[in-house]
Ligand binder design. Structure first.
Ligand SMILES: [Zn+2]
Length: 82
């Protein structure tokens, strides 16, 4: 009797930034790396956006840019909140 175990594997062929459309797959010496940041929300009943889901993949550059915008917003919030 022969029993086979079929293993299912999933390979990401390509993935791109949701802002600039740059590929998030980086090839280093023939080895592919998936490098990305992610902006994600799954709003529930207590929010104004109840039921809305967001998932945006970001390249390193766009992620850093988003981080700077949020950092500036936090700085402005702290500055004008006192
Ligand atoms: Zn990008």
């Amino acid at each position: 009797m022969k029993i086979n175990n079929r293993r299912l594997t999933e390979t990401v062929l390509d993935r791109s930034c949701g802002v600039c459309n740059q590929s998030l797959i980086i090839d280093l010496n023939g080895i592919k790396f998936e490098e990305y940041g992610e902006l994600r929300a799954d709003w529930g009943y207590g929010s104004k956006q109840n039921g809305k889901c967001y998932q945006i993949d970001l390249c390193e550059s766009c992620f850093t840019q988003a981080l700077f915008v949020l950092r500036d917003a936090r700085r402005a919030h702290v500055m004008f909140d006192h």
